[in-house]
Design a protein around this ligand. Structure first.
Ligand code: F3S
Length: 108
């Protein structure tokens, strides 16, 4: 499955969710998660993200490996929050695009 990583936090551009053919994205307040059960590994979302937040699970950078479990957990917590349309990015997306680490900013 594909995995949304740290870059997404406080950005949430949502370009990824629009192209997903199986509606695998789930929306939290400032992050999207991919449901690994729904994801069909099609690769459509990766190039859509302006901040390069999405990786296949076997290519997630080491420092962000915990996002594999996190996408699974959050997609369960947010199971009724399917997102498949484009929304405005978060207002401070540009500011947060290169601020790391920012996991503590994640709102569940
Ligand atoms: Fe997040 Fe990138 Fe999608 S910032 S919402 S993974 S387009």
């Amino acid at each position: 499955a594909y995995v949304v990583t740290e870059n997404c936090i406080n950005c949430k551009h949502t370009n990824c969710a629009v192209v997903c053919p199986v509606d695998a994205f789930r929306e939290g307040p400032n992050f999207l998660a991919i449901d690994p059960v729904e994801c069909i590994d099609c690769d459509a979302c990766v190039s859509e993200c302006p901040v390069e937040a999405i990786y296949p699970d076997d290519e997630v950078p080491l420092k962000w490996e915990h996002y594999i479990d996190l996408n699974e957990q959050l997609s369960e917590e947010w199971s009724d929050r399917i997102i498949n349309e484009m929304k405005e990015p978060l207002p401070e997306a540009e500011f947060w695009a290169d601020k790391f680490p920012k996991l503590e900013e994640l709102i569940r």
